[in-house]
Design a protein around this ligand. Structure first.
Ligand code: NOJ
Length: 479
């Protein structure tokens, strides 16, 4: 059976601001990404996911969109993006964009219009409510960053608007058909340019409770989500991308810690998201029992046609090399080996492949409202970094691309070897996952007919299948 490209894929998340700077202004840009296409080919990745590159006042670094249909000037031009997509394609690589449908910037022309009066053209593209008689917000919903009320008063009309994140990120009203049509249009605009799909921001919480009811005490989100209607929107988007001949994907940012609920985002496995990020796996400790358990529960919970996606780090959470591995190279290799050999799509965050660690950003250099700078620092290309006056400080460059590229024993060479192995192996790309019995501390599984992966996640050497595994050694064995 012909397996779709995105199932076999290793995707690479490019945090554009910090990836590669082509013009020396201290901010990464699209030409910088183009300049590194050789690197991606050499590493063997199948596609890139670019963090938001559309126009934004950068209160939340691109996740506050002021124009969905143009490129942020500091990143370059539309021509640069078209060139990147075309050159990537020449090398057999796809480009996926980040799409932020939950909210726009307060500077977006839709909101600039909406706030002026109660009956203006775009008023009901956003969620408005009257304050209570005592002036307090209409319900108990909280905004993600500061956990204060998610409602912001406006002097123009006396009503309050909803913002699940910053007050400069205004939630769109997804009950409004005009909003749905507008975002369909945005998707088609990019798909027509050859984009391979979207990473969907806040995919788990697009549609809010229509009645704006209070969240109950034990609810695990800050705003009340209408899950069924969110699924209906996902089906609608699936229809939009499925209309294109070459298969395009929807990769959802699904912050859902319950795997049964996560499974719901796939629908039947063919009618909602293609891929839904698995945060329970990301946050599981690097221990045999814990990892085995999340993977087993993922497979049990998912519909037969649903395909998992695994990742270790992204631009919102501390880097896995520090968080789960304490910087230990052996552990970093184990985590990468599992990521790249599990049944599912694998997503690397820039720097994961060299074991880049979380950086301690000094207080006077902090730029992010949500304290996430430490995982967004510039990519160290060489011992001197390869940057002039970067917007965030470089951490230590002891782990850098140039040195590791030349060293067959490096983390980077290891990651590249595993990716190459995956590419050449039908077992690893599509074979079923079967957990194998193994000594305590060892996580072992068979993929497909004859590929066995064994990870000794313990401090003691062990014997497995007649082979000695050193502490924190992982290996691919042929059976
Ligand atoms: C998730 C994004 O990854 C994060 O960076 C952003 O702050 C929020 N969504 C809000 O858009």
């Amino acid at each position: 059976m012909d397996q779709p490209w995105w199932q076999k894929a290793v995707l690479y998340q490019v945090y554009v601001r910090s990836f590669a700077d082509s013009n020396g202004d201290g901010v990464g840009d699209l030409r910088g990404v183009i300049d590194k296409l050789d690197y991606f080919s050499w590493l063997g990745v199948d596609g890139l996911w670019l963090s938001p590159i559309t126009v934004s006042p950068d209160r939340d670094w691109g996740y506050d969109v002021a124009d969905y249909r143009d490129v942020q000037p500091v990143f370059g031009t539309m021509a640069d993006l078209d060139e990147l997509v075309a050159k990537a394609r020449d090398r057999g690589m796809r480009v996926v964009l980040d799409l932020v449908p939950n909210h726009t910037s307060d500077r977006h022309p839709w909101f600039q219009d909406a706030r002026t009066s109660r009956d203006t053209r775009h008023r009901h593209w956003y969620v408005w409510a009257d304050p209570r008689p005592d002036g307090s917000p209409p319900n108990n919903w909280r905004a993600s960053f500061d956990k204060r009320s998610a409602w912001e008063p406006t002097p123009e009309t006396g009503q309050m608007y909803l913002h699940s994140f910053l007050r400069e990120q205004v939630d769109l009203d997804w009950w409004n058909e005009e909003v749905r049509e507008a975002i369909d249009g945005v998707m088609r605009f990019w798909l027509d340019r050859g984009i391979a799909g979207f990473r969907l921001d806040v995919a788990h919480a697009i549609v809010k409770d229509r009645e704006l009811r209070d969240i109950p005490d034990d609810y695990d989100k800050d705003v009340l989500v209408d899950v069924d209607e969110t699924f209906a929107v996902l089906r609608r988007w699936r229809g939009v991308v499925d209309a294109y001949e070459e298969e395009r994907i929807l990769l959802g940012e699904t912050w859902v810690m319950d795997l049964e609920r996560l499974a719901g985002f796939y629908g039947t496995g063919k009618d909602q998201l293609h891929l839904a990020f698995n945060f329970p796996y990301t946050f599981a400790p690097l221990e045999a029992e814990a990892l085995r358990d999340v993977v087993a529960r993922t497979h049990d919970a998912f519909p037969r046609d649903a395909w998992p996606v695994w990742m270790l780090s992204n631009h919102d959470i501390p880097r896995f090399s520090t968080r789960a591995c304490g910087g230990d190279e052996r552990k970093i290799r184990c985590a990468l080996l599992a990521l790249l050999t599990l049944r599912g799509t694998a997503v690397l965050y820039q720097g994961d492949e060299i074991g880049l660690e979380q950086v301690d950003v000094p207080p006077d250099r902090i730029r992010d409202i949500g304290d996430r700078d430490g995982c967004r620092t510039p990519m160290p290309w060489s011992r001197d970094g390869g940057w002039t006056n970067p917007w965030l400080p470089l951490g230590t460059t002891a782990r850098n691309v140039e040195d590791q590229r030349d060293d067959p024993e490096s983390i980077l060479s290891f990651a590249r070897d595993v990716i190459a192995r995956r590419r050449g192996s039908e077992d690893l790309q599509s074979g079923p996952y079967e957990r194998l019995d193994a000594p305590a501390g060892v996580w072992a599984y068979r993929r497909g007919e004859s590929t066995i992966v064994a990870l000794n996640l313990s401090d003691e050497p062990v014997e497995f299948e007649g082979r000695r595994l050193e502490p924190w050694e992982g290996s691919v064995l042929d059976s």
